[in-house]
Structures are given as structure tokens and as C-alpha cells.
Design a protein around this ligand. Structure first.
Ligand code: ME8
Length: 540
């Protein structure tokens, strides 16, 4: 399962590239954190395999053009300013992305042109009269069956039924991509052994299969007249048209690894196909139908897995500037610290299925949870008083502690803790393999709970506690903290690093192989009797 072979292709993981039409909110932070947990977990599991992790900004299209106009700025200048906010968000949240791609960069432009030309040469792009309801907010056309009218204080408007976004009628000449030609091959993919688990959670897989089975897949309009959309990549050979923003944006996953010519100096193209794409449920159709069709058209393998998470609401409502309920991720990280915010979003949003409400009360509750289970527990387990009392016993290895506990006449809570602790890495790995990130983190929390309770039950500070028992309790607690520290690295990298530092776990001994395996003890655990533990380290 470790798959440690060095010739394995790099692991390639992506987030959506966000529209820099406004400053980032907590939804963007959430997507970045989820992807980062998977990226860091992969590095932990397979330290020798490169992880290529792409994030970025989606800078063309009508939405950006309009937002820049409203601000009275040239679109590029406008994007420079806002894109840098997304980059700052990723930096501040300790996202370990290896690329931050902007669609206004030249290499991306070159990829878009080359893909367009390739599809055109295959007869998959043609020009036609097209009409439909366009939403600038959603950057897509809707059919008459997908819109409805609604009355607002300023009059009656037509909106998209699904998103409520205002739409306008457009009848124009567009270039079309023969999406309809891919319905059967896409359906075959999603029902084939390699494609049946392509979408997670599985409800999305069922939905896409249903669409492909029941809907007439229409050809996709992939350009806009230049008169209406000037901010984008011009259609090669026809300056009167601009390439549709989604056609442009979806190709970032290819431009991000240097397709078709390979990255500078290194052949990144061997990263393809992408192993995991983390997206929100709002953009499944684009990633599960449009992109795979384009990939099939290019004879490229499809993405291996798509994780589509649910959304965050604030005060039970969709975040919106007009309601004024947009939660600011920078403020949240300033107030609670990066790791507490990462812990909160992964723990509460790690099930991906239902929308979650961003609540101050919940945030404070999770802040207390991790501070107490981890921060306070470290202080208790490393207390000099306990160390002094444990020194009354003969220093033995952790294995010896375990064996002694096991052969005791009445096995006590220390053995239960050591057993739970040994099972933790495997449980966490299984949860991560099943993409159940919230459960994975929950397993760590559970062992920390057991550890806290064991410490309280054994009460090594009491005069009646025997030195051997104090020694065993301290050793089992420190070992639980070490294993938790290794397991927590993908989730809360800052706290985990401080924890492992304070336990004296060397940098090179923080990988998965140091914690998982039948009865396996890390080298630290073998050396534990002599390890210098820093007392009273503050994690938060
Ligand atoms: O759609 N809760 O960009 P976008 C959770 N540029 N996640 C949320 C969220 C919320 N309330 N709101 C947004 C675009 N997100 C395109 C993508 S990809 C080739 C192009 C997250 O700025 C979620 O991941 O509207 C969602 O899919 C993404 O931000 C949409 O970001």
C-alpha cells in the first residue's frame, strides 16, 4: 500500500482556480485546506514521490470584465490586485501548493490556443447561430427550461432556476464544441471499472450518470463575440471572437503542468492524469462532463478522482455581499490562529455531503476542543513533576511498557490507550483512502480523548501512584502525542510541528513509516527512555 516506488508518476492534485472578482471568503479557504490536507497526507505516506499541487485564479470572462469596469480599472490591473489576495490567502493558511497559476499568464494562453487548434483540426469545433439565456454571475448559458421569472422591487427579471442568478437573452454567432459526440464515451467511462468511483461523494456520480443517460447532451458554445467579451483569449484565426471563459479556465489543469510542450527544465507532463481534483458542488458539470469531453477529444486519460464538497453558509444563508454575511478568512485566522481554523473547517466540513454553517459558537467550541485535548494535555504529560516521579522507576522501552501492561492480571486503561494508539494510523489511512477526511481527523481526536481520560483515571500525580505506573502512564501519553503529532501534520501543520519538536522527534522521523505497522514502534519510541522532552511547550 505504501507504493514507494520512485518511478511512480508524481501525485497531481488541484483546486479550482478562483475568480478574482472580489476578495476571497471562507469558502475559498475551505477548498484550499481540504486539498492541502490530501496533498500533505500524500507526502507523509509517500515521502519520495513528488506531489504537484495546483491552485490559482481564473481571470478572464465577462464577470471579471464587468467587475473591473465597475472599479474603473483596466482588467489586468484589477486582476493583479485581487489575484494577489488569493495568493496571500494560500500563504497565510499554509497551503502547500507548488504552483499558483493565473490564466492571464502567457504559458496558459499558449495551452488554450494549442488545445483549440487541436480540436478544430479534428472537426470538433464549428461556427453556428446560437441563442440562450446567459448569466454573467454563473458564466454560462441556460436553456429556456432552466430559467424562470421573478419579481424584484425594480421589476420582473429572468433568473436561472438553480442558482437564482439573473440571465439575459443572447442570440449570436458562436463557435461550438461538439460535446454531444462524447455522451456515450463519457457514460461508458463513468460506468466502467476505472470510472465508477470517479466522483465523490457517490451521490454526484449517480447524478452525472443520470444526466448522461437521460439528457440530450447539447453542443457547447465556446466563444463570445469580441464586441461583448473582449477580456479573454482571442479565437485563433478569428479576432472577432473571444474564447469562452470556462473553456479557457478548465485547461489550467493542463497548462499548470506545461501541456503540450512540457514544463521548463522538467517534464511535468508525466504528472498527468490528475489524481485528485477538489471542487465545490457548484462546478461539477464543468469538471465531470465538459473537461472529460475535452480530454477525450485530446486522447488524454481522464482525471482519476473528483471530490465535490458541499458549501459553507453564514447565518444559514448563502454568502452574499448584498446581505453582508461574507465571512473573512483573514480575520478568522488572525483571531483564532491558522491551525485552529484549519482544524475547524476540516473537522466540521470534512464530510463533504451537507452544507455547513460558519458559526462563531462552533468555532469557539472547536478552538476549546483542540486546545484542551492537545495543548493542555501536552502540558500535563510533560509536567516536570510527573517526570520526576517517573524517574523513580527503571527506564524501559515502550515495548516493555506495553508487554508489562498486557501481562498484568487486570489490564488497565494504559493498555487500552496503547492499543487504541497503535490502531490509529491504520484507521486514519483507511478513512483517508475512503476520502472521509472528517472521520480521519475524528480518529485522532478520539485517541486524544482516550489519552486525556487515561491520564485523569491513572492520576500519576497522586501520592498513591507507584513509580512504575507513573512511568507507564507518562510513556503511553507521550507516545500517543507522538503518533497524534505525526497524524495531525496534514491537518494542522504548525501545531503538529511544534508538538513533535517538543517531544524531541527528529525531522526525519515524522513520516508514516514511523507510526504504522503491526506492533511497529518508531525509532523515537525505541529510544524514548532517553529522549529529551521539552516541558511546558505552548502549541497555540
Ligand atoms: O467557479 N462554500 O470560481 P469561484 C464552500 N473560476 N466552497 C465555496 C463556497 C462556499 N460557500 N463558495 C465558493 C469558479 N467555494 C471558477 C472555477 S475551475 C477551472 C474554475 C469554492 O471563485 C468551491 O470550491 O466562483 C467552488 O467550487 C469554488 O470556490 C468556486 O470559486
Amino acid at each position: 500500500w505504501r507504493g514507494l516506488s520512485t518511478d511512480a508518476k508524481p501525485y497531481y492534485i488541484t483546486t479550482p482556480i478562483f475568480y478574482p472578482n472580489a476578495v476571497p471568503h471562507i469558502g475559498h479557504l475551505y477548498t484550499l485546506v481540504i486539498a492541502d490536507v490530501f496533498a500533505r497526507y500524500r507526502r507523509l505516506l509517500e515521502p519520495h514521490r513528488p506531489v504537484h499541487f495546483l491552485a490559482g485564479t481564473d481571470e478572464h470572462g465577462l464577470k471579471i470584465q464587468k467587475a473591473a469596469q465597475t472599479r474603473g480599472l483596466p482588467p489586468k490591473e484589477f486582476c493583479d490586485e485581487l489575484s494577489s489576495q488569493f495568493r496571500r490567502l494560500a500563504d497565510k493558511a499554509q497551503i502547500s501548493n507548488t504552483t499558483f497559476m493565473r490564466t492571464t499568464q502567457d504559458p496558459h494562453h499558449a495551452t488554450v490556443e494549442s488545445v483549440w487548434n487541436a480540436l478544430n483540426a479534428k472537426g470538433l469545433i464549428y461556427k453556428a447561430d446560437y441563442s440562450g439565456w446567459y448569466s454573467i454571475t454563473d458564466e454560462c448559458f441556460y436553456t429556456s427550461a432552466q430559467v424562470t421569472t421573478t419579481t424584484t422591487p425594480t421589476g420582473t427579471v429572468t433568473v436561472a432556476t438553480e442558482t437564482g442568478a439573473v440571465v439575459e437573452w443572447h442570440a449570436e454567432q458562436n463557435y461550438m464544441f461538439r460535446l454531444s459526440a462524447f455522451r456515450e464515451s463519457l457514460l461508458a467511462h463513468y460506468t466502467s471499472p476505472s470510472g465508477t468511483n470517479a466522483l465523490f461523494p457517490s451521490q454526484h456520480q449517480a447524478h452525472i450518470v443520470k444526466i448522461l443517460t437521460e439528457e440530450q447532451l447539447e453542443d457547447l458554445s465556446v466563444s463570445r463575440p469580441r464586441a461583448r467579451l473582449s477580456w479573454g483569449v482571442p479565437v485563433p484565426g478569428d479576432q472577432d471572437h473571444t474564447i469562452y471563459v470556462w473553456f479557457d479556465a478548465l485547461l489550467v489543469y493542463l497548462s499548470g503542468i506545461g501541456y503540450p510542450n512540457g514544463g521548463k527544465g522538467q517534464d511535468l507532463m508525466n504528472s498527468w492524469p490528475v489524481d485528485l481534483q477538489v471542487i465545490g458542488k457548484d462546478i461539477i458539470r464543468f469538471h465531470a462532463i465538459y473537461l472529460p469531453a475535452i480530454l477525450q477529444a485530446l486522447d488524454l486519460p481522464l482525471q482519476k478522482r473528483l471530490l465535490a464538497h458541499a458549501h459553507w453558509t453564514v447565518e444559514q444563508k448563502k454568502m452574499s455581499k448584498s446581505i453582508g454575511n461574507v465571512a473573512d478568512p483573514f480575520e478568522a485566522m488572525d483571531e483564532f490562529g491558522v491551525d485552529v481554523i484549519r482544524f475547524y473547517v476540516a473537522r466540521v466540513g470534512g464530510r463533504f455531503r451537507d452544507d455547513t454553517d460558519w458559526s462563531r459558537e462552533q468555532l469557539e467550541k472547536h478552538d476549546r476542543e483542540i486546545q484542551s485535548l492537545l495543548g493542555n494535555f501536552l502540558l500535563r504529560a510533560t509536567s516536570p513533576k510527573i517526570a520526576a516521579r517517573a524517574a523513580g522507576a527503571e527506564p524501559v522501552s515502550l515495548q516493555a511498557v506495553f508487554d508489562a501492561q498486557q501481562s498484568a492480571q487486570t489490564p488497565g486503561p494504559i493498555l487500552a490507550l496503547m492499543t487504541a494508539n497503535r490502531q490509529l494510523p491504520e484507521k486514519l489511512r483507511l478513512a483517508m483512502e475512503g476520502m472521509e477526511l472528517g472521520d480521519a481527523l475524528g480518529e485522532v481526536v478520539e485517541v486524544l480523548r482516550v489519552a486525556n481520560k487515561t491520564f485523569t483515571d491513572v492520576a500519576p500525580w497522586k501520592a498513591s501512584a507507584q513509580p512504575e505506573e507513573v512511568y507507564a502512564c507518562r510513556a503511553a501519553s507521550l507516545e500517543a502525542l507522538r503518533v497524534a503529532g505525526v497524524c495531525l501534520q496534514p491537518f494542522v501543520p504548525g501545531v503538529a510541528a511544534r508538538l513533535l519538536d517538543s517531544l524531541g522527534v527528529p525531522e526525519g522521523e515524522r513520516t508514516w513509516s514511523q507510526v504504522e505497522g503491526e506492533g511497529l514502534l518508531g525509532r523515537w519510541a525505541e529510544r524514548m527512555p532517553g529522549v529529551e522532552v521539552k516541558e511546558g511547550a505552548r502549541l497555540f
